[in-house]
Design a protein around this ligand. Sequence first.
Ligand code: CTP
Length: 421
Amino acid sequence: MPKINLARQMDRQLPTELSGFLRSAGRVAVGRRENLYLVGGAVRDLLLGEANYDLDLVVEGDGPALAAVLAPGSKLTIHRRFGTAKFRWQQWSVDLATARRECYSRPGALPRVVPGSIGDDLWRRDYSVNAMAIALNPRSFGGFMDLYGGREDLGAGLLRILHERSFIDDATRIWRGLRYEQRLGFKLERNTLRLLKQHTVMLDTISGDRLRYELECVLAEECPERVIRRAAQLSVLASLHPYLEGNGWLRQRYGRARRLTRPQSPSITLYLALLAYRLTEERKEELISKLRLTKPVARTLRDTTGLNSRLKALSAARLKPSQIYDLVHGYDITAVTAAMLVGGEAPAGLRLKKYLEKLRFVKTALSGTDLKAMGVAPGPGFREIMNKLRRARLDGQAVSRQDEEALARKWLAAGPPSPPA
Ligand code: CTP
């Protein structure tokens, strides 16, 4: 097979500083009698003509030690156990790993690793299209290494695992495969698909933290609903929770979410809240503990249940703005956004929209200090007057500071307010 050199393609496609960095990193490596390679997604996307500046480097040598030389003074995140170092170079993120062989003591466990060659390191990877490398040492700079047919699979749009035990060793590759399939418009190769189906049960061997990470990666995709729908078809989604659904309902809400947050993408928490929206309270709790969701995210999910119970009240024929405010205030804003996207053009949805866009920002002109100056003593009555003033503002009974002063004086003259209900 003729040797392929991708140096020119790298210079053309990568920002000048980045290809400069790769060249100088290769020079440093050779000075240390080490061999350095670019691997993984950056190689795949370079061949696809797509931008991907998340650099994965592998060195036949000592990854953390080389990283310390390449990025003096910058913060290194080192995992001794895996021989990896992560750092930022200018605005780019670089992962530098010692070339290694992996050995899985049991399915789903993190692997034991021993130093190895670049060939070993490519063999431990998930799909052939992610298992290609480019040499960075000066004499071989740009030399393309493709031991497992990655380039051919890339041309054919196929995702192929490298060996039969791949999903048993690391079932997170199942989720990764579905992501690549939808993002790249690729197909899982026939045997890979067969093994994926056969080994979906191995997802039970994966810790909640790792599953959550995989789901977050899915939700960071441009169209997560495609991955979720495919995961539902293949019974992969059920491994997160058997009652999750990935149907047209979700597609529609995700589309609405994107139109709402454009040009930014919706947050992962918003997508997650919509995915979990239709679970009962109890099932949401099961998902929260399975994925070990953080407190703020768990709160968002729980608040969607609380808000859901208010949708009927929010659909009433006539509601004053202050009543909408009282029904919604206090709930997490992402949960309110999810409930609004679920509600759509129905009255409850429109009222949640009004709350999000307008009502929640309504403020009184009078502050607590102003009220004190008017002689209102601190205590429950104080809070009550502030609340009544805000309601008056919301409902248009007070439109100026003078209106608020007049109302406050009237309430004060009428005697102490009745205790809050
Ligand atoms: N990798 C793997 N198995 C995993 C995780 C990672 O084989 N469970 C390897 C793949 O070679 C992958 C590389 O590590 O290409 C980097 O991982 P990651 O950054 O997660 O993947 P990318 O390919 O860069 O994918 P993305 O485009 O989604 O960032």
